[in-house]
Design a binder for this molecule. Sequence first.
Ligand code: SF4
Length: 66
Amino acid sequence: MKIRIEKAACVGNARCAAVSAELFPLDEDGYIAVEEIDVPGGEEKLARRGARACPERIITIVEDDD
Ligand code: SF4
């Protein structure tokens, strides 16, 4: 599973990082720091929660094909 983020549309409210600061790292100004994240095994639920937590709806979950 991967997470894709429309980084340019981030408004920096840190809702994603409140769910998991490790999965959703922020830059020094409080905006999301990455555009794509490989979700480590076992953290899929957390990734989905983080995606739902973004009020801007710019976090997309990309499921693995297999
Ligand atoms: S929750 Fe969405 S808008 Fe807020 S910091 Fe995270 S990616 Fe940006």
